[in-house]
Design a protein around this ligand. Structure first.
Ligand code: COI
Length: 324
């Protein structure tokens, strides 16, 4: 197939999949580990499409430059598309596609975040590292008998609900679109935003980041929640207003916070920044609390998902050319 693709932000673990899949599809793919920038955008001259990850902002300026270079198709190897000005790209006649991967990796990671928050695993692990095997202060809570609120009922939220259904808890579900999924009704009660905030002991976020959902978990939302609530976010950092989360931890309104994502994580997460000065005070401050667990946006990071992300992205170019 005579179609040139430039793949940006290609990680070491993706290379083997790029090699295999591009061969099987007969695509010409030039890959670089660098994110797309104004400085390297010349690489896209004459290319049909680009394949990207989540950390470069594909804004109006980049879209105009891509269009000028003849690029017709932006394919992100992520599920989320919040890093792309999709409306503008489409207005410029470009096709924007995202990837899909099975939700199980993120759903299982979410359950792990819930369990290790409830069982105070961070504090227990730190103690073990210095041969402190005491129990005081490590008394935890069980999922069984609690009320878990799942915000977002797309494929990941639905997979979380199914996993939770084995734990003997009450499950509340909230969908920002207001749509009830009949297949989830045996496991979860669909409720409105106020109810899920007020009634849940544990709240987990699986909604996409849009203008309407940005900072959905803010001070006002937190005020409605139960004292000692456990919050888990494996979706996007910007769903939470971080100052409100800090206050929630300081005042003990939040019992535990588990974050796989963080506002302004781009340039930090997925990088080795050990010897650098990192200018993100909130990230450093929150990380030191014993009841805050933070991971580097890795809920998706399983062998199955990595392969699917690359496959979906490269296949989307072939599908588009067959369709058009
Ligand atoms: C997504 O697929 O939306 C993710 O969060 C994965 C990550 C590589 C940005």
């Amino acid at each position: 197939m005579n179609m040139k693709i430039i793949a940006f932000d290609v990680r070491f673990d993706e290379l083997v999949h790029f090699d295999k899949i591009k061969k099987s599809l007969g695509l010409e793919v030039v890959s670089t580990e660098d994110p797309i920038t104004k400085e390297n955008i010349h690489l896209t001259e004459g290319a049909y499409g680009i394949s990207i990850l989540a950390y470069a902002q594909i804004d109006k300026e980049i879209i105009d430059m891509l269009r000028k270079n003849g690029v017709e198709h932006i394919s992100t190897r992520t599920v989320g598309v919040n890093h792309i000005d999709v409306a503008y790209a489409e207005q410029k006649g470009m096709l924007v596609t995202n990837s899909s991967y099975k939700p199980d990796g993120v759903a299982e990671f979410t359950l792990m975040m819930m369990l290790l928050s409830l069982r105070k695993y961070k504090a227990a692990m730190f103690r073990g590292n210095v041969n402190d095997y005491s129990l005081i202060g490590l008394d935890g809570k069980e999922i069984k008998g609690s009320t878990v609120g799942v915000m977002g009922t797309g494929s990941i939220g639905a997979a979380v609900i199914r996993l939770l259904s084995g734990f003997g808890c009450k499950i509340l579900a909230y969908s920002p679109t207001g749509k009830v999924k009949p297949e989830l009704e045996p496991y979860a009660e669909f409720v409105d935003l106020d109810t899920i905030l007020k009634k849940s002991d544990i709240i987990t976020l699986h909604i996409p980041l849009t203008k309407g959902t940005k900072y959905i978990i803010n001070k006002e939302a937190l005020d409605k929640m139960k004292q000692g609530v456990t919050l888990v976010n494996c979706s996007r950092g910007e769903l939470m207003e971080i100052d409100a989360m800090i206050e929630g931890i300081e005042t003990k309104k939040i019992g535990a916070l588990a974050l796989d994502v963080f506002e302004d994580e781009a340039g930090i997460y997925h990088q080795d920044r050990r010897t650098d000065i990192i200018a993100n005070r909130n990230m450093a401050y929150l990380r030191q609390f014993p009841n805050v667990v933070m991971t580097q946006h890795m809920a998706f990071f399983t062998d199955n998902s990595i392969e699917s992300m690359v496959k979906c992205s490269l296949e989307s170019f072939v599908k588009a050319s067959n369709a058009g």
